[in-house]
Design a protein around this ligand. Structure first.
Ligand code: ATP
Ligand code: MG
Length: 331
């Protein structure tokens, strides 16, 4: 049994005109010790999916409208708010998009880790302090004793993100969700922080969901990939299988827009057009207005999800019919 199994998850936002769907019919699973990547452009529903898993939508304008989220054999959507809270931080934890907003600027870094540890574990103050120092050392923060008494603004962006990782890992969660954990960092630090996450995973066996808009980052770090577009998973596969045989024109577009280190041009080619807004009524495949391969039926009927290989699924009318190669569509 997978650690996390999501079936047919739909999420909607309350608006004056009623409920607007933001995530529709998403299914995926994450095995023990596996790293899964969720990739897609801004606004496609990645963070809301993560927040639904973490139980963070309670009391917001956003709600889960259908589906199930099974974690370690329990249906999370059926648990009471209290049961959800006790899972959070203990069995699953999350690193957010912007570390500065997640760390409290008025408390010392060490005190924040100690507080998080003591919320979830029965530790004396001195035990928690020494564990917090160990954690800072583990995430390779130089001079951890000194850093314990620093305030967040005295740390660099990379160090703050390491502190967030230390806090997220402090209770040895079974599942860690990292939502764009490195977007605010420069490329070298980004790589260091990602490598650190993977190192820690190897030693703890934690399962990770890594969210990014950069397919390059996902390709380097994840075992399996789900590509989201406008609230739906339009392609999913083990990473090597995906790159050996890309099936969805949107995935190809994402691949072609990975910045290449060797290339003179920083961005090869962005996908033309934009993601439709929530208010826009869609007919057919949500990607068809931007798709170079779209045909008549793409504009009026929703494509089925088709299996095109072992654990490889695609939501396209032309599954297995398009011969997509990296670099194609570049001009
Ligand atoms: N609290 C909210 N109330 C209303 N709409 C929301 C709320 N949170 C998100 N949305 C909308 O839901 C859609 C999906 O948002 P989400 O944050 O999941 O996107 P994302 O894929 O994480 O994007 P990004 O890459 O920019 O982080 C967006 O159109 C967003 O504007
Ligand atoms: Mg997001």
């Amino acid at each position: 049994m997978a650690l996390l199994e999501i079936e047919n998850l739909s999420i909607a936002v309350r608006a004056d005109t009623g409920l607007l769907p933001v995530v529709e019919g998403c299914s995926f699973s994450v095995e023990q010790n596996q790293t899964m990547g969720i990739v897609g452009e801004s606004g496609c529903g990645k963070s809301l999916t993560a927040m639904a898993i973490m139980g963070l939508l309670e009391g917001t304008q956003v709600k889960v409208t259908s589906g199930s989220i099974m974690f370690d054999g329990k249906d999370l959507l059926q648990l009471s708010a209290r049961q959800r809270r006790s899972l959070m931080g203990n069995d699953m934890s999350m690193i957010f998009q912007e570390p500065m907003t997640s760390l409290n600027p008025v408390y010392r870094v060490g005190d924040q880790i100690v507080e998080s540890l003591r919320q979830h574990r029965t530790l004396s103050l001195s035990q928690a302090k020494s564990r917090a120092t160990e954690l800072l050392d583990l995430v390779k923060i130089p001079d951890p004793e000194q850093r314990m008494v620093s305030f967040p603004h005295q740390l660099s962006g990379g160090q703050r993100q390491r502190v967030m990782i230390a806090m997220a890992l402090s209770c040895e969660p079974q599942l860690l969700i990292a939502d764009e954990p490195t977007t605010a960092l420069d490329v070298t630090v980004q790589r260091e922080v990602l490598e650190l996450m993977l190192d820690l995973q190897r030693s703890t066996g934690t399962s990770i969901i890594l969210i990014s808009h950069d397919l390059g980052v996902i390709a380097e770090t994840c075992d399996v990939v789900a590509v989201m577009y406008r609230g739906r998973i339009i392609e999913s596969a083990p990473t090597s299988e995906l790159f050996a045989s890309i099936q969805h024109p949107y995935t190809l577009g994402l691949l072609n827009s990975i910045p290449s280190i060797d290339s003179e041009v920083e961005w090869l080619k962005a996908i033309p057009g934009r993601v439709p807004t929530l208010q826009e009524q869609l007919h057919g495949c949500a990607f068809h207005p931007r798709c170079a391969f779209a045909k008549e039926e793409c504009s009026h009927s929703l494509p089925p999800t088709t299996s095109v290989g072992e654990h490889h699924q695609v939501m396209c009318h032309f599954a297995n019919e398009l011969d997509l190669e990296p670099g194609q569509l570049d001009s």
